[in-house]
Design a binder for this molecule. Structure first.
Ligand SMILES: [Zn+2]
Length: 227
């Protein structure tokens, strides 16, 4: 009975199609879960994320779990955690991303998961960093290393829509630094929500390598888009 009352107070419905969930389902119904646009990038050499970052910064692995598209429910999920205050949705998606990589040969090399930081003013506005929530979901998957909070945002990015790619790069390039523990033989996995040009990831990787040139880096975003 308690369960039915709770169900009335907090209806468990799918975040994409609003169908009622079974007790075994979490946030998404099985059918919407299965329709999420999985990229299949993790095992593809020269995948679009790797290509986006090719020659810009040395990486051991670069990938994204999903392909961002308007037609898929993924867009509404990303919207929920970016603008709807739904941190739990990001944690859930981070977990799904971790499960995708659980059996991947790279997984055992990673010694820490580093979320891309938000600028403090944006963090205040949103109340949480969605990349940190993704990291939390991923770090909860069996076999994954813990999260490491050491990357900090130092310069606020201006409006990026009207800038050229070079301006945009210069705008973010100086905006990050590593202020965490001393790094030696680490192999860090950088995580972020959506990768487009790769400028943010490049800047983050450079900031870490500047402090610790011997560190190995991998990159995995929740979703990749070329739009
Ligand atoms: Zn559904």
């Amino acid at each position: 009975m308690l369960r039915s009352v709770l169900q009335l107070l907090y209806p468990h419905v799918c975040e994409i199609c609003s169908q009622e969930l079974t007790y075994a389902e979490q946030l998404l119904c099985l059918s919407c879960s299965m329709r999420l646009p999985v990229s299949g990038f993790h095992d593809i050499r020269g995948n679009p994320v790797e290509k986006a970052l090719w020659g810009r910064v040395p990486l051991e692995f670069a990938s994204a779990g999903y392909v961002f598209g308007r037609e898929s429910g993924l867009q509404s999920l990303i919207h929920l955690f970016k603008y709807g205050g739904r941190r739990d949705v990001a944690v859930h998606l981070g977990r799904l991303l971790g499960l995708q990589l659980q059996a991947h040969p790279m997984r055992e090399n990673w010694t820490g998961i580093v979320p891309v930081p938000l600028h403090p003013s944006k963090l205040r506005k949103r109340g949480y960093n969605q990349s940190e929530a993704l990291m939390e979901g991923m770090a909860g998957v069996n076999g994954f290393p813990p999260g490491m909070r050491g990357l900090v945002r130092t310069v606020k990015a201006g409006s990026q829509t009207k800038r050229s790619r070079i301006d945009r790069w210069e705008n973010v390039a100086s905006g990050y630094s590593w202020a965490g523990q001393q790094l030696e033989n680490e192999h860090l996995l950088l995580v972020d929500d959506v990768l487009t040009t790769g400028a943010t990831m490049e800047a983050c990787a450079r900031a870490i390598l500047e402090k610790a040139p011997g560190v190995k880096l991998s990159v995995c975003c929740l979703a990749w888009t070329d739009r």
